[in-house]
Structures are given as structure tokens and as C-alpha cells.
Design a protein around this ligand. Sequence first.
Ligand code: AMP
Ligand code: MG
Length: 402
Amino acid sequence: MMSFEAARERLLGDVPRLPSERVELEAALGRVLAESVLAGAAIPPFAYSAMDGYALATRDLIGHGPFFLPVHGESRTGRPSAALDTGTACAISTGAEVPAGADAVLPREVVEAAAGGIRFEGKVRAGQHIRRAGEDLAAGAVALEAGTRIGPPALGLAASLDVTELTVARRPRVTILCTGDELRAPGTAKAPGKIPDSISQPLAALAGMAGASVRKQPPVGDERDATEQAVRAALVETDLLLTVGGVSVGEHDWVRPALEAEGVILDFWKVSIKPGKPIAFGRHSSGTAAVLGLPGNPASALITFSLFGMPLLRAMQGDRAPLPSLVTLPLAERLTHKPGRLEFVRVALASRDGRLSVVPLQNQASGALTSLAWAAGLALVPGEVEQLEAGSLVEVLRLQDL
Ligand code: AMP
Ligand code: MG
């Protein structure tokens, strides 16, 4: 059996990159930058005041005062400011340009208004309460590096540089194909032996979180010709085909032969994890589409897709950090484990006095969606472990970090 790490290395080892496209900032959230953004101008673009108060020149002040300076003029936001008259102070607002000749700002709170001027005492430091031009970022410096996943603040940084379009990886096109005679669409008439398809929706949502645009094929029954036809249709204009179910050794499991008949070269991995049956990974012989054959049990399908499919989608987009980070947290209670495979235990996170601890949830069966729907994360319990006492530290993959 392959280790989890080895399986991920093989999956992410040599991932073909998607082409890039230009998108408006509004459409760039969650996408991966294909080209670095360089600062076309300094940030901030001009020296400005960080306080409401008075701009002055420290060379006009000797010692600790008390001082009196007449106030000449005002520098307001959104307007150019005139140069400072020697021996005077200039009223200034937060964000307004520091007048030429001024090198410090006195906050309004520390001065006393006097006839036509201000009174104050104490040492005034050159540069105080002034944000220098370029102090955040110099013109020409890298603002956002290629391979960055764009979050809301990155949109703000681009906007502050007058950048209105970004070059990002094209969205991976994901097609979902569920299999099984037992499936019916959620909300449709109940019938003996039938169950609602509970995987298409969450799988589409997870793929969407990883930046994909998703197409759902109608589920296909457990019949060879129909499965082949459905696979053929699903491979058109697809970067990643996700099949669900029908991939094990049952008499009615047609996914594997159908994929092979349609030119997919499959690599079956028995990965030493729980949940997660053997997972099929392959690529169409033309090199265009990748294929992941996911198990049909809902929790297995969603967890294996989270562990393998989402990083794959991110890697296709050139994401520098395609793998989610793990956090280390203490167990709230004792945990027992059947030694063997690395287990991804569905856990809640309890908060006591502002500290998080890990609470394993009840039903960890491959088909149980309750515990996954109620979970905040997956705790990694190494294969060799038999028991972990309350307070032991475990690594947790938080579902919000997927
Ligand atoms: P399979 O991998 O096709 O043998 O399916 C394993 C289990 O998962 C069976 O109990 C199926 O009924 C169930 N299953 C397969 N696909 C789905 C689905 N889309 N939604 C809910 N359950 C499913
Ligand atoms: Mg099936």
C-alpha cells in the first residue's frame, strides 16, 4: 500500500499548468496569479500625515520649548499643498500631503490654540506622524507574486496600484459524473432501494472553492454502454473528470472499463488512509484531461477529493501553496485507534477559555455524512497509534483551510 505522502507526491509531481487569462479585479477573488504584479508607483505615492494636527519644520524648534508658531494655511486631503512658510505651522488632516519644507506633524491633541497660532512643548522628532512616500512599497518592487492565491486584501493592494485587471490561471474545468442505479436527484419521488445523490452538490462546492468551474453530468446507471457514453461526454472540454462510485470490484462496477475504453490510462493506488478506498488516478491518452475515480461512499468521496483533488486543482492553476496547512491542537478526550492506516478523524473544535481543543465525532463510517457535515476539521491519527490520551497534540486539517 502506498503512503499518503507518496500518493500526494505522485499526484502533484508533474502537473500540467493551465493557460492564463486577464480578469477584472471583481472576478479575481480566489484565483491564482499567473504573472507577478509590480508596483507601477510607490505606496504611498506621496508623504502624508497620519494624524489630524499641524505640519512644521523641526529646524524651526530648538530644545523643548514651550513654543509658539503662527499657523499659515492648511493642507487638506485630495488637494495639492503649498510649501510651508519658514517659522510657521500648517494645519493638516489625516491623509493630506505633507507640505514641502515640513518634516514632522504634531497631533491636534498635544497643542493649545493661541491667537493666530499654536502653543506646545516637548521634543518634536523629525519624521513623526509622517508616512513617507514609498515606505510601504517602493516603485518597481513586487507587490504580488505569481502563484499567489488572491484574497480580499490582495485585491486592495492591486487597486492601490491602479491595477484593474490581473493575469490569472484559467479556471480548471471540472466535470462530475456520479454512477449508480440507486441514485435519484434530491427532492424527487422516493422509491424502494433508491437514495438521493448526496455527493454531486458538495463535490461541486469543494471544486468551486478550489477555483474550478463545474459541470455536472446526469448520473449514470450501472450499465456498461451507458457508462462508456457518459464518460465520453464527460471528457469533452474537461481538465479534471471526477467519477463517483462504481470503481471497485463489484459485478456492476463499470467505471474502470469505461474509462479505459475511452482512452484513459489509469493508475490505481491503494493509499494507506482511512477513510478512502483505492483511489484511481489517470490521464487521457491525449494528455488533456486528468481523471480521479472517487469512492461512492459520501464521506470517503468528499474526504479523498479534499485530500487529493483540491490540491491537484490548485496545482493546475500554478498555486505556490497547493496543500492546506495543518494546525496542532490538543485532544479534548482520549482517542482510541485501530492501528494500520493513517486516519482522518472527523472532529469538532471546542473552545474553552479561548483555547481550541479537538473533539472526535461519533460515527466515522465511510458512508456517514453527519459527522463530516458537523465537523470543523480532520484530525490526522498516524497509522501506528493505538491510543492518544486527552491533552495529546494532534495535527488537524481545518475544513475552512481546504
Ligand atoms: P460504490 O462505490 O458505487 O460501490 O458505492 C458505495 C456506496 O456509496 C453505496 O452505498 C452507494 O449507494 C453509495 N453512493 C454511491 N454514489 C453515491 C452518491 N452520489 N450519493 C450518495 N451515495 C452514493
Ligand atoms: Mg455503485
